[in-house]
Design a protein around this ligand. Structure first.
Ligand code: UT7
Length: 367
């Protein structure tokens, strides 16, 4: 049975930065409150030209460079996002087109902020089964488009950005070792975007009532998060036959530094074993774990052969944890050149459109 190795990683955040002081000019809040209660200092906010697909494509191109893999070699693209560009088509298909990944299947996976853990597991299981050889997993968000900028309970928390992993099959043991995925839909009302779906399609009333913004019962979500972060980490370690001492670093979903502190206390581990960058990005939902991973790898905190736990929670309610033996860096990463790779993706996409047009004529004549 092949193993599913994480061979590439990349991230992309929009340039504009919104600080706590900037927020204090919009809502009744202040830097000290936000830092004390959440650990957040600033977050990146999408420009009008940034979308989940464009941020996701940039992160994906970097991950493909690290893995030294061409987009045309990909078998599968899973995009996990809480802020898809449309109800359909899937944002994954938009990224597939921008990459020119002509042989890849593509779909979106919705498990809110836990999505990246679910998606890496789905990609890994597809590789482990022998069905595919390579997969791209992307977590990408423009949460700023769904935040009510008049609601100080939520608008201070979220940021925009994207992160991506490449997974590849190998006979060498390692890669994704075990995953725990859990859900509890009885808490679906605690964190939700109420309208815009088929239950409450957009109407003048839904817009007037602000039902197209993120709603959150912060205290309840906080309580739930502190409970499941430690328990799912313990559960996944047991599943993999490992102990806390085998783990070099834990990369948690970045929602609130107090939630990460509570997980560290629950696991009786020093906070230094956790990667924390919520101060600079805020909560980027599905993108937070891969963004934290890229920074950890670049700082030398994750090395080849070491075991890493990823753990997260989110709307649904969903939560989960995944343990992996880190593979990279590979001996031959390609030089990252997002501009060049993006251009090649566009060219492949245009050629594909021409091909589809010509095929339409040929099949039209035959019909
Ligand atoms: O990916 C998963 C997404 N969500 C989360 O992880 C969120 C989990 N929850 C949290 O992180 C925290 O519950 C929050 C950061 C959202 C809130 O922190 P808290 O310590 O639970 O505060 P609270 O909701 O209990 O509010 C305490 C007080 C309230 O005032 P009163 O009622 O005590 O007078 C709030 O109105 O703080 C007030 N408050 C604020 N004050 C200044 C709430 N938001 C703000 C604000 N600035 N931005």
């Amino acid at each position: 049975m092949p193993y599913a190795h994480i061979t590439g990683w990349g991230m992309s955040v929009p340039e504009p930065v919104l600080t706590n002081d900037d927020l204090a000019k919009i809502v009744d809040t202040n830097d000290a409150w936000i830092r004390e209660r959440t650990g957040i200092r600033e977050r990146h906010i999408a420009r009008a030209s940034d979308f989940p697909s464009t941020l996701g494509t940039d992160a994906a191109l970097k991950a493909l460079s690290v893995a030294n893999l061409r987009a045309t070699d990909l078998d599968l693209i899973i995009c996990t996002t809480s802020t898809p560009e449309h109800l359909f088509p899937a944002t994954a298909c938009l990224i597939q087109d921008q990459l020119g990944a002509s042989k890849a299947g593509a779909f979106d996976l919705l498990a809110a902020c836990t999505g990246f853990i679910y998606a890496v597991n789905m990609a890994a299981q597809s590789i482990r089964s022998g069905a595919i050889k390579s997969a791209l997993v992307i977590g990408t968000e423009t949460l700023s488009r769904f935040v009510n900028w008049e609601d100080r309970n939520t608008c201070i928390l979220f940021g925009d950005g994207a992160g991506a992993f490449v997974l590849q099959a190998s006979d060498q043991p390692g890669g994704v070792l075990a995953t725990v995925m859990r859900s509890d839909g009885s808490g679906s009302n605690l964190l939700t975007l109420p309208a815009g779906g088929s239950r409450h399609p957009a109407t003048e009333a839904t817009i007037r009532e602000g039902q197209h913004y993120i709603f959150m019962d912060g205290r309840e979500v906080f309580r739930f998060a502190t409970r499941v972060m430690a328990s799912s980490t313990e559960e996944v370690l047991k599943l993999a036959g490992l102990t806390k001492d085998d783990i070099s670093v834990i990369i948690p979903h970045q929602a609130n530094s107090r939630i990460i502190d509570a997980a560290a206390r629950g696991l009786k581990l020093p906070i230094e074993r956790f990667v924390v960058n919520v101060d600079r990005y805020g909560n980027t939902s599905t993108a937070s774990i891969p963004i934290a991973t890229v920074e950890a790898v670049e700082k030398g905190r994750v090395k080849a052969g070491e075991k890493v736990v990823f753990v997260g929670f989110g709307a649904g309610l969903t939560w989960g944890a995944l343990v992996a033996e880190w593979t990279g860096p590979l001996p031959t990463p390609r030089k990252v050149n997002v501009g060049r790779d993006r251009l090649w993706g566009r060219i492949r996409s245009i050629l594909h459109r021409i091909e589809r047009f010509l095929e339409g004529i040929i099949w039209g004549r035959r019909a």
